[in-house]
Design a protein around this ligand. Sequence first.
Ligand SMILES: Nc1ncnc2c1ncn2[C@@H]1O[C@H](COP(=O)(O)OP(=O)(O)OP(=O)(O)O)[C@@H](O)[C@H]1O
Ligand SMILES: [Ca+2]
Length: 607
Amino acid sequence: MRNLCWLVKNRKRRFRFTGNLSKRFEAEAIRRSNQEKFRVAVLVSQAALQFIHGLDLSTEYTAPDEVEAAGFQIDPDELGSIVEGHDIKKLKAHGGVESLADKLSTSITKGISASEDSLNQRRRIFACICEEIKELSNSKDTPNFGSAIPVSASRILLQSIFNNTGGEVVMSESNKTEILGTPTETAILEFGLQLGGDFQAEREASKIVKVEPFNSAKKRMGAVLELPEGGFRAHCKGASEIVLAACDKFINSNGEVVPLTEASVNHLNDIIEQFANEALRTLCLAYMDIGNKFSAEDAIPAKGYTCIGIVGIKDPVRPGVKESVAICRSAGINVRMVTGDNINTAKAIARECGILTDNGIAIEGPIFREKTDEELSVLIPKIQVMARSSPLDKHTLVKHLRTTLQEVVAVTGDGTNDAPALHEADVGLAMGIAGTEVAKESADVIILDDNFSTIVTVAKWGRSVYINIQKFVQFQLTVNVVALVVNFSSACLTGTAPLTAVQLLWVNMIMDTLGALALATEPPTDDLMKRTPRSGKAAFHLDGPDSDLILNTLIFNTFVFCQVFNEISSREMEKINGGQDKPIDFAHLLLSDIAIYRYVYLIYPDL
Ligand SMILES: Nc1ncnc2c1ncn2[C@@H]1O[C@H](COP(=O)(O)OP(=O)(O)OP(=O)(O)O)[C@@H](O)[C@H]1O
Ligand SMILES: [Ca+2]
């Protein structure tokens, strides 16, 4: 520093540093030559590295077993050598950046995500068949489970799984088995395949005479088969406690059909509750032989079934949902979960995601339906979870929130059963991948990646647009008001306007527009999601159904009383704020009194 700078003391006793320019050029040259040397050294070492590693590029890279077991296809050392050595050749050998991202189970556009396979691995399926409870996620267990079930029961189970379904098992072009259908259907079909079932063979063995597709209001589906040995058999599958209530027999541990006693019903209900408390979606499978007479016009029987077993499915909560719910809460957005699931399943999942808190209420659809409008307006603000809901319950909840409680409501949904609620909401958000066409048609926004976290992004950008409009208006108004005040006051005082028409046009057309545009295109910040929604009413601490009325009255009152003082002040033209010292004459008093009396009468006509 000493070499480069001289300390100069000037006459006014002020100190300042002055750079010695010739020395500075010298230093710059030394630095440049050092940089050059360093660059050459790096290039040489890189070339050497490429030469050494380049020898084995021709052979196909295979990741070590432990790396593959962890779900990746490239080991850290290999990745490190590509990154550190800037090795383009090796990068190309691995198929470029995209393929490298795939190998790391990462997506360039979506960030780190699990591959389809690892998601399926993480799905857990439990089953209670013939009084035997087992988890099926571990493939080593499955043959044991298959052999633990008596053959007769296993045949009926597979017949039920593959015939009474809305999904399908197909062979893809690359000869891979693919399961199509809703997540619930695919999980059940997966269970059937793991038990060693064959979809095509099952379908060919018996003829499906009638199908009643899954219905969200009844929460069950049914199918009637014509058996190869003659006769018809009805299969039923659906919400466990509902289907169990339609059963009067069950298959015991020996594979025999025995009547359902109170003790066995309690035992099965305990298992359903145990599954549900672990956030498992439970389904009950049942069947019933219905003799030789059945035609497609006949209704599928509602009761008298034999329970085959109970299946519990757990689809893991997607990463980031809990955080997104917390962000929503801090942004003043209440997240409520409305589902068709069992109440215990719904509560367990809601707790996992942070939706259900200690002072929140979880309620079942049938109980919600019975409430009167008055009860609902007290209850709804506290409801955080609604389970076993019908499509109409979802609609009723949204309607009440919007009309009675004057909330702005956004609804997300995937199924046809969500369509009424999506339509009723202020903002309907449909799932792009899992969503049905009906849901998408009724929605305003389609979430392409089916991710709850995207909703937070939507809210953030929405708020950003609002804030940017505010900034735009504030900037425009202040600039124009200042220009107006300057010109007006100067015109009043001096008789000339300092800003000419052309200058004002310049300010308006060029500065204002471009400046305001810059403000309007500002990106959102995370702080936006830490504020609660604000309205004019919040400033006066007003809420509830009458708040609009009170706010209007408040504004009107303020205006009226300002008018009274304005009137007194206007009695003296020359003085600002004058007129107070003048005695108030009779006519004035009378007319003002009449005006105030009319005004009070307007507010309280009963007085
Ligand atoms: N394919 C199916 N066959 C039989 N029962 C089903 C099927 N899918 C779901 N269920 C039952 O219906 C319940 C879900 O009902 P519904 O579809 O009305 O709710 P939802 O809130 O739309 O659920 P989700 O969108 O999570 O599937 C589940 O708990 C399950 O018991
Ligand atoms: Ca649904």
